[in-house]
Structure formats: structure tokens, C-alpha cells
Design a protein around this ligand. Sequence first.
Ligand SMILES: Nc1nc2c(ncn2[C@@H]2O[C@H](COP(=O)(O)OP(=O)(O)OP(=O)(O)O)[C@@H](O)[C@H]2O)c(=O)[nH]1
Ligand SMILES: [Mg+2]
Length: 426
Amino acid sequence: MFSFFKKKFLSSSTPAAEPVAPAPAPEAAAPAPAPQVPAAPAGGAVPPAPAASTTTTEVHAEPSAPSAPPAVAATPTAQAPVAAPTTPVASAAAPEAPASAAWGSGSLIGSALVAPIEIPVAPAAPPERQKWLDKLKAGLGKTAASISGVFGGSQIDEALYEDLEGALLMADAGVAATQLLTDALRKKVKATGVTHPTALKNILIAELTELLQPLQKPLVIGEHTPTVIMVAGVNGAGKTTSIGKLTKHLADSNASVLLAAADTFRAAAREQLTVWADRNTVEIVSQEGGDPAAVSYDSVTAGKARGKDVVLIDTAGRLPTQLHLMEELKKIKRVIGKADGTAPHEVLLVIDGNTGQNAVAQVKAFDDALGLTGLIVTKLDGTAKGGVLAAIARERPIPVYFIGVGEKLDELETFNAREFAQALLA
Ligand SMILES: Nc1nc2c(ncn2[C@@H]2O[C@H](COP(=O)(O)OP(=O)(O)OP(=O)(O)O)[C@@H](O)[C@H]2O)c(=O)[nH]1
Ligand SMILES: [Mg+2]
């Protein structure tokens, strides 16, 4: 669970149910039969909390961060003031002291020690976050072990750098990020005069944190009502599951969510999303067969009419090389814009963490086609090596809003650069 800040701008002055403008025929193909918009299940869609409709700012802070000021996005691990004044949302964020500032003094290791060893000391995370971090660490354990092995000797020499390059490449960090990191290490070693590999490893954690920092950004909702989020990705990346998990985070924070089953290729895909909708007791717009752009259009108009805070649009998996399917995705995006000229407000790509270097190619291709605003990286609990985030940071730094470490509802969390660097290397 992450802290969740939400601010509404129009809620008190805008009628909840705007009349839906006569639909300019979406580019959607045939005038498909009206999509089913089933009534909310018993218990209903999560209604906006009463406070939400009358006040302008809601703050749902983790118990561990009771004094966090409004308009601040923070993870349970810390409090990082975020500049965005208008920002509510699902946040990433963290203790944003520069990594080095969090370092404490180290202990003597071996007789070769000539410089004090600095050991990063992370502020204690709240129990829930810690549990999740442990899962992330376990998932990335193999990578951490193989990179740590490089620093097992007693001196920093060329062989160490070579081994480190190999270990980073094996971890999917890619050539460019590996080069950048090892160059930075060489410079730091020269500048500081450190001689012990353990000190070098701590420098690497700091350098990786810095490289990953641009990826750490909170997802903001509340600037638009509804905030329309379109989700794309290759087959089986974890789109539908991540939407289900994200819905829980949003609903837990009293945001009302409408799901859109715009993966109309498979009946099973619709059913799968319906299961997540039921689990979270939120409403879903779906249509048997039909055009995904039409479903998306209808979901946005329904979201507006019902005053939903968020519309989450699930799309069918596709490879970036399937050009006609990429064209379809672009069309979905355009048609969403016809239902709401400002939408989609977020275009997210879900990436399977096991994809290795191919993930970078996916990010580039989907970004070129759609203009991505954020990423969700899934399956970091299994065989994924994790270094791919460094490659993304180096080659196409698009914010990683969330990372997934399992199939369960609570196994999606906000991304924090320092936590991730430590899980990958410590
Ligand atoms: N271990 C693990 N499994 C995950 C994670 N996220 C999703 N999965 C699993 O990955 C498989 C595919 O997930 P989906 O959510 O159906 O993926 P999708 O991208 O919607 O798939 P398509 O719609 O077929 O393209 C399912 O078995 C999920 O349970 C994760 O973070 N960790
Ligand atoms: Mg799916």
C-alpha cells in the first residue's frame, strides 16, 4: 500500500452527471450495439466518499506518515515533497535525500581498508512496504548475488571492472547503462581514492539510484474528472492483472473507478476483467465482440456521466511489429480524445520484467506509436533480472509508476529508485 493523495478540482462546482454530448460518431467501425454497462453490483461501484464531493483535497496518508503535508506525494517509506501543486494521487516518491546523504559510517572490513567504508542506511520502511520490499529483494536475489560476487575481493582492479560489466550485462542493464555506470565508478574511485570493493559497491548503489531517479514519478489523478488511463502492452505482459491491482489501490483511496474491457478479441479477456471489477466492486463497460475503440469511447462518456474519478481502459495484447494492431491502438487513443478532448490523460505500457532487453525495444515502439506517459513493470518476483530498468532509464526514461511482484491484489507497488537499486545490488 502506498500513500495516496487526491485532490478534486471540479467536484463541488460541476454537476456530477454531465449530460453526455451527442456522440460524434467515433471512428469506431460499425455502429456497434450499445455496450453493456451493467449496473453496479450489489454494494455498487465505490461511490465517491462524501468528503470527496464537498472538499477540494483529500489526503490519505499512510499511518506511518501522519504529518505529510497535502499536495505531497510520498511512499510509505518516506516523505518527498513534490512540486506539483495540484497533485493528488498514487504516488511513488520516497526519501529523496540524495543517496549519499543517507549513508552512515561503515565498519572495518579486512586489512586492505584504507578509506572508511560508507554503508547506505535506509530509513526503516513501514511494515507493509517492508513486506513488499522483501518480496522484491527475493525476486531480484539472483541478480543481487551475482553482482555482489564481483565485490568479494580485496582490491579494485581492472578485473573487477570487467566482471562488473559482465554482471550488469547479464542483469539486462544493456550496453549503454553498463558503460555509463562503470565510467561513473571509475571517476568516483579516482576522485575519492577508495580502494576497497565494498566501498565501490556502495558507490554503485548511489550511481544506480541516480540513474533510476528520473523514472520515479507519481501517477496523478484528480486534475481531470475522470482521469482516463489507457493501458497497452504485448500479450501476457500483465495488463489486466495490473489494472485489477491498480483499481484496488484507487478504490482503497476512495477514488471511484470505471473499467473498460477494450480487449474485445477474446471473451475470456472480458470475463477476466469482470472478475477484477467484481473483486473491487467497481463498474465495468464491456461489449460482446465489437470494436475496442467504441468500447473505449463509451467508457469515457459513461465515466463522465457518472462522475467517476478514473476510467481504466484495458486493451488487447499486441506486438509492436503487428502494424495493423498498432494502428488499432492509435485509433483507440484518437477515439478516446473524441469523447473527451483532454483524454487520455495517461497512456501506460505494461512490461513483463522477464522480457530482458526486448523491453527497451517495446518501450520505444509503443512510445513512438502512442506517446507513453508511464510504465508498469510486472513479474519482478520470478526470474526477472531487474537491470532492464537501468536500460530504460538510459535509453527511454519514461516514468515507472508501479512495479508488480506477484499475482495478488496487493502485489503492485510504487517504484522508488533507491529501494530498487538496493534490492538489485545490496
Ligand atoms: N508472478 C507474477 N505474475 C503476474 C504478475 N502480473 C501478472 N502476472 C500473471 O501473468 C499472466 C498474464 O497476466 P494478464 O494480466 O492476463 O496479462 P495481459 O497483459 O492482460 O494479457 P493479454 O490480455 O492476454 O495480452 C497471468 O497469469 C497473471 O497472473 C506479476 O507481477 N507477477
Ligand atoms: Mg489482458
